[in-house]
Design a binder for this molecule. Sequence first.
Ligand SMILES: Nc1nc2c(c(=O)[nH]1)N[C@H]1C(S)=C(S)[C@@H](COP(=O)(O)O)O[C@H]1N2
Ligand SMILES: [Mo]
Length: 412
Amino acid sequence: MESNKSDRRRFLKQTAALAGVAAGAGLVAKAQPASAQPQHVHNEPPRRGARYSLDHLTHYTPLQDYMGIITPAPVHFVQQHSSEFPEIDADQHRLTIHGMVDRPLSFSMADLKQLPSVSRVHFVECHGNSSPQIHNPNNSKNPNMGLPVQYIHGMASCSEWSGVPLSVLLNEAGVHKEASWLVMEGGDQGKFSHTLPLGKAMDDCFVAYGQNGEPLRIEQGYPIRMIVPGWEGPHNVKYLKHIKVVDQPYNTWNESMNHSVSRPDLGGKARWYHFQWGPKSVITRPSAGMQMPKGYVQITGLAWSGAGRVSKVEVTTDGKTWKEAKIQGPVHSKAHTRFTYDWAWDGQEAMLQSRCTDETGDVQPSLAELSKNWGIALEDWKKPERPRAIHMNAIQPWKVARDGSISDAMFA
Ligand SMILES: Nc1nc2c(c(=O)[nH]1)N[C@H]1C(S)=C(S)[C@@H](COP(=O)(O)O)O[C@H]1N2
Ligand SMILES: [Mo]
């Protein structure tokens, strides 16, 4: 840790750079020919009127294929807002904390690893996971979309993350009384940036350098990333380089262009700063694209909530009567929670759904309930141009046909 005059000058420069980012300047990514990255798919609808087109690198977690609650690191989903991953030399990497603080600080990796650490199990989920466009099997932009569950809900993963509580770093720097927000900036191509309220920062956020016992993968933000437990994916800034302490939200480019959704019922005003994921669950096996076996079948899936622990998961097989599923421990706060439900399929049509209740008593909404909350007419989901929706946590229905085939019945 160091703090001196030349550092201060550097911080002033960085402050100017951050202001530029806030105004949307300088974010032009290198475009790559599509053929150069065949396995990467763009996961979002075209942004009409957007001034920039940043390539995305997207990989989905095969939720249907693993057991328990920990996503193996090599198959953690990836959502990267640039056309390549930065290769950062950890020995040279510094995390700076500046802005409204008594002592601007610069931490090396060795500095960070010397501080008190925590290891906690938390999910990370993209704000765009499970969105209506992803459910569309006819989406020509992404041949993968539709099936199986991986390509609908697989922008969510869960790991044991290890690192330093952000409160420790902020207390070292001495946050000014008037400060209320942070701006975080990553060291990748587009300098991915996001704001964070100071209250959450001091509560349970941490700067992670470990993932499931090993250093972070490059795709996950090596050498460090922010973990903002239970909140939308983009808060978890990867390749974390700068934290500026400020007294207002900065509406960074990534937030305003990509993470706000206009509400038809509010004359186009946007729902913005929806931070915390609501209760959510999905049956991962058997699920769309699989074949239902006759007789005994163990239905299994994952449930989670940004508010805390999962307290109950219910399952219905007829779309009407709900029965309590078994929760398979361990149950961590703001983490994927495994549930199972013993069933026997009798060869008749069925509708499998799961519903999560969290420790605050919040219950996962049906599509009808969610639509009402968001001011979207239920019929609109059936139009070919589905409404744009992010932060999607509606109950997922899987339809079982008499021949045992299973399909996605979300918008049917
Ligand atoms: N530096 C940086 N941080 C970032 C992003 C990015 O593109 N660059 N993507 C954000 C988004 S939108 C999500 S959903 C999560 C995804 O984290 P993952 O790629 O480790 O799954 O990281 C967030 N942090
Ligand atoms: Mo995201």
